[in-house]
Design a binder for this molecule. Structure first.
Ligand code: PMT
Length: 217
């Protein structure tokens, strides 16, 4: 009741968590995303009055009350879920860790143990954020960049290549930052080349800061 309703009237789509790319009925390729960053953003946005659609890969988290949760597994399912809803949105924030590749073939049955080496061919997944950046009528777009080296250079390249308004760069090799922790260390990069570095803080605090910058934009 006491939170400023500065997102009232806005529809915000947030992606969170990992994707799973199935190899066979029992195995998949994925990553260490817990969903905490995306869920913190969803919680902050709904408290600030937004209608929030949370497109989430598999996580162990309870969705914040008041958000519209759409559960997906693979990158291609996330792509379809995002694209179907984007016309309704004024802001999209992509905190999900989407698998860049999936197994070219998903085996019908469990892959049997064979020799000492097993080679799996991978096919490129669609880049959801880059697809959003190409839309003629696109919402305000915020991406994340998970890096282990050259944080700012790589994040700036993604901001430009995907046609974003802002990117949240996190060096996931730093302690207390990135995957599966409750804190993060982020650097915000904007289209006008401004860079705002932040110290370690909780993901909930960072979510509030990100939304504050989104509001200004
Ligand atoms: O979930 P947590 O445990 O809280 O961890 C948070 C986090 C580390 C996952 C988060 O802070 C983060 O950095 N998310 C982005 C991870 C990532 O996939 O980064 P990337 O640099 O590979 O991708 C850049 C951007 O493009 C991201 O916004 C990503 O969602 C998007 N993308 C990537 C590939 C793809 N096929 N489609 C996409 O939309």
């Amino acid at each position: 009741l006491l939170t400023q309703q500065d997102f009232a009237g806005e529809t915000v789509l947030i992606t969170a968590g990992p994707t799973r790319e199935e190899l066979d009925p029992v195995r998949y390729i994925s990553n260490h995303s817990s969903g905490k960053m995306g869920y913190a953003l969803a919680r902050a946005a709904v408290q600030r009055g937004a209608r929030v659609m949370l497109i989430s890969g598999p996580t162990c988290l309870e969705p914040p009350s008041g958000v519209e949760l759409v559960a997906v597994e693979s990158a291609r399912q996330m792509y379809a879920a995002v694209m179907a809803r984007v016309p309704e949105c004024s802001v999209v924030i992509k905190a999900a860790a989407v698998a860049d590749y999936r197994p070219l073939v998903r085996a019908e049955g469990k892959i049997k143990k064979q020799g000492d080496l097993l080679t799996i061919e991978l096919a490129k997944n669609p880049d959801i954020l880059a697809g959003l950046g190409q839309l003629q009528q696109r919402p305000l777009l915020v991406g994340f960049a998970a890096e282990t080296a050259d944080l700012q250079v790589n994040a700036a390249a993604k901001l430009a290549a995907k046609n974003l308004d802002m990117i949240v760069a996190n060096d996931v090799s730093q302690e207390g930052a990135g995957f599966n922790v409750s804190t993060n260390i982020a650097r915000l990069l904007f289209r006008d080349c401004r860079v705002e570095p932040f110290e370690l803080m909780s993901k909930q605090e960072l979510a509030e800061l990100i939304l504050g910058r989104v509001r200004e934009l």
